[in-house]
Ligand binder design. Structure first.
Ligand code: ZN
Length: 75
């Protein structure tokens, strides 16, 4: 499990979340995972695409198909 720092594509606030290989479908990279910005000011879900080292390749505001889990950001 790794800790990742990024920003929410909805509100641009700094976020952090923990992710592991069990959270993604490893049959194809980059692999999507849903990220819930767990904050009262936002509360929205976006899609982060991760490479095989769980680094963020890119992200989308929309909920894209293919993710198997939703991860809440750490407060
Ligand atoms: Zn947000």
């Amino acid at each position: 499990m790794v800790l990742r720092f990024n920003s929410c594509p909805h509100c641009n606030a700094r976020i952090m979340f923990r992710v592991s290989l069990e959270d993604i479908d490893t049959s194809k990279y980059p692999a999507p995972v849903y990220i819930l910005h767990d904050d009262d000011s936002c509360g929205k879900i976006s899609t982060f695409f991760l490479d095989s080292l769980l680094r963020v390749s890119y992200k989308e505001v929309e909920k894209k198909p293919g993710a198997i889990k939703t991860i809440k950001t750490i407060k």
